[in-house]
Design a protein around this ligand. Structure first.
Ligand SMILES: Cc1ncc(COP(=O)(O)O)c(C=O)c1O
Length: 293
């Protein structure tokens, strides 16, 4: 069964998967989530995703029913039941429902809800990697660390939705959001890296962004390969002046950017460092979850 939904431990086909209209995830976006993909049928860096889910939930004082170990067991059981060659997982925990109640106060919540959606993995168009994608620096700012800290991967993605919409209206694939100070933070569902004179630069977490699992994996493989990586304040001018720009996420891996707000990056072709890191990323995948790993 290609699409399968696990709701609080019960498996459902997609058309029968239902949750309460009083669920706080539905009412308020009062939940946390992770997106994970599998390679060779095995979830990649699942331990790191679960750890981040735990951090997001604890920042919101949200219990995870059954705990992270129970969640991991349900994820593996759902993947096995779906039987896809490769899957994309959306793992969600909400503060749950109290039927009849619509009340912001977290104390009034019922038991939490755990939903795992397993879908067949659909690869991006190979042209995204061969040619690079277009991104747009948008006017919508990334929420500040002192409001809903972007390090919390919450179910409330309206900030990112409106920023992506602005980018899509300009014909771009992904947005880059500034923070209140005008420094670049991240995309709607991606972190961003620049390459300048062979050195990798990426916005520091202080700027207000998600601590991407792929972002930190890139730190590791870049260090192994001898690249210097700087976490820093990045201004739009730095992006426009970069030799290479690329996006990272669990689904995009390392995706080259060919233009920013209509301005060509470098010579407009995926750069050598970006291509090297994509190759090393995929080697890392083989090493960790490939056949015989
Ligand atoms: C806002 C945001 N930034 C960055 C990322 C990339 O994170 P990861 O590498 O953990 O997939 C995501 C992924 O969904 C995201 O939503």
């Amino acid at each position: 069964m290609p699409v399968l939904v696990n709701i609080n431990g019960e498996l459902f086909p997609p058309e029968e998967a239902r949750v309460s209209v009083f669920d706080r995830g539905f009412l308020f976006g009062d939940g946390v989530y992770e997106t994970v993909r599998t390679y060779f049928g095995r979830p990649f860096l699942l331990d790191r995703h679960l750890a981040r889910l735990g951090r997001s939930a604890s920042r919101l004082w949200m219990p995870i029913p059954g705990g992270l170990d129970g969640l991991e067991r349900e994820i593996l059981r759902s993947l096995a039941a779906a039987g896809n060659v490769d899957s994309c997982l959306r793992i969600m925990v909400t503060r749950g429902a109290r039927p009849g109640f619509v009340n912001l106060d977290a104390e009034t919540a019922g038991d939490g809800l755990v939903v795992i959606i397993v879908r067949p993995f659909e690869a991006f168009d190979p042209a995204c990697y061969e040619n690079g994608v277009d991104v747009a620096l948008v006017g919508v700012t990334r929420m500040g660390k002192r409001s809903l800290d972007p390090k919390i991967k919450s179910g409330n993605y309206l900030n990112n939705i409106i920023a992506l919409h602005e980018a899509r209206r300009q014909g771009a694939f992904e947005c880059l959001m500034p923070n209140q100070e005008g420094c670049v933070t991240e995309g709607s569902t991606s972190n961003v890296f620049l390459v300048k004179k062979g050195v990798l630069r990426t916005p520091s977490l202080d700027c207000g962004l998600l601590d991407g699992i792929t972002r930190s994996f890139i730190f590791e493989i870049a260090a192994e390969a001898g690249y210097r990586v700087e976490e820093d304040k990045i201004l739009p001018a730095d992006v426009f002046g970069a030799d290479e720009v690329f996006l990272t996420s669990s689904l995009k891996e390392v995706m080259p950017v060919r233009s920013v707000s209509g301005q060509k990056v470098g010579d407009g072709r995926p750069g050598a460092v970006t291509q090297d890191l994509l190759r090393r990323y995929r080697e890392g995948v083989h090493r960790l979850v490939g056949p015989g790993a």
